[in-house]
Write a protein that binds this ligand. Structure first.
Ligand code: IPM
Ligand code: MG
Length: 341
């Protein structure tokens, strides 16, 4: 499998994931490649042809995070300068990873770490299914000194395939989130989701929510949600919001899957340049992303579950990195998880 440590805290949280994967006996071979800003520094591009080719051939790809102020400043000064994020979007697109799964399951040990009241987050267990290769992220862009535009487009097949993933993952209900009172893409989205539901998943409940209302309900009544199905940018925003139900964005893993080929597994959080190099990064989202890789990418359910339960038990025992209100370091957090494996 391919490891893309990327930038900022990326390398610091990648090694913990490798240690955990080795300890659980997954029998994997690791190949590390520069990606994002690190790849720009070395090769002038965030995603080299070589890295793309090895990712295509791999069984799975585990990515930490990309980006940082250094490259933001370079791109602001010279718009032709590549951005680390282009590498990530390019990799998702080129591997056809249209389905991004972001499970949000606050652990009882962390109820106190969330800014939300305990009675709101108890027993929350939801999944954000985010469309990942379409919408405004990938539409045509234009820019002059006076005007800029980003096109948001969706086609029927793009909506159908992500809707199937969401209905397939739902236990009881899919909440499809759009802005159909304003956006034409959302009106098509609603229509197609409705059709897929009626034709293929009549036993699952379907509701449609406008994105502003969904954002409100996510903090007012999060237990209401089972699967949230939404387009690329709304999914980006709502998944950061949903992360706070678990206490910290440092807790949320994700899986990005296509019709075939390797999946990409990455924490929802970014490269956290402000804490890079301080030893304070929370490695748990990355470790949990490694577990998702074992489950969804490599058919190793038992090992995935073992990692998740080791994380639970470490937190039960009091493990808290600074983002969770504690003082444990990345190394201490990793040791605590390894101890329970
Ligand atoms: C995410 C991130 C990325 C996104 C950025 C880094 C381009 O925020 O995976 O949620 O917006 O998709
Ligand atoms: Mg995001």
């Amino acid at each position: 499998m391919i490891l893309l440590p990327g930038d900022g805290i990326g390398p610091e949280i990648t090694e913990p994931a490798v240690q955990v994967l080795e300890a659980v006996g997954a029998g994997l071979e690791f190949e590390r490649h520069l990606f994002g800003g690190a790849s720009i520094d070395a090769f002038g591009t965030p995603l080299t042809d070589d890295t793309l080719a090895v990712c295509r051939e791999a069984d799975a790809v585990l990515l930490a995070a990309v980006g940082g102020p250094k490259w933001d400043q370079a791109a602001a000064a010279d718009p032709s300068f590549p951005r680390p994020e282009q590498g990530l979007l390019g990799l998702r697109k080129r591997l056809g990873l249209f389905a991004n799964l972001r499970p949000v399951r606050p652990l009882p040990a962390l109820y106190g770490a969330s800014p939300l009241k305990r009675e709101l987050i108890e027993r929350v267990d939801l999944l954000v299914v985010r469309e990942l290769t379409g919408g405004i992220y990938f539409g045509e862009k234009s820019r002059t000194a006076e005007r800029a535009s980003d096109l948001c487009a969706y086609s029927r097949p793009e909506i159908e395939r992500i809707a199937r993933v969401a209905f397939g993952a739902a236990r009881s209900r899919v909440t499809s989130v759009d802005k159909a009172n304003v956006l034409e893409t959302s009106r098509l989205w609603r229509e197609v989701v409705h059709e897929v539901h009626a034709a293929e998943f009549p036993n699952i409940e379907l509701e449609h929510l406008l994105v502003d209302n969904a954002a409100m309900r996510l903090v007012a009544a999060p237990r209401h949600f089972d699967v949230i199905l939404t387009e690329n940018m709304f999914g980006d925003i709502l998944s950061d919001e949903a992360a706070m139900l678990t206490g910290s964005i440092g807790m949320l893993p994700s899986a990005s899957l296509g019709e075939q080929g390797p999946g990409l597994f990455e924490p929802v959080h970014g490269s956290a340049p402000d804490i890079a190099g301080t030893g304070a990064a929370n490695p748990l989202a990355m470790i949990l992303s490694a577990a998702m890789m074992l489950r969804h990418g490599l058919a190793m359910e038992a090992q995935a579950a073992a990692i998740e339960s080791a994380v639970d038990r470490a937190l039960d025992e009091g493990l808290r990195t600074p983002d969770l209100g504690g003082g444990d370091t990345t190394v201490a957090a990793t040791q605590a998880v390894l101890k329970h494996l």
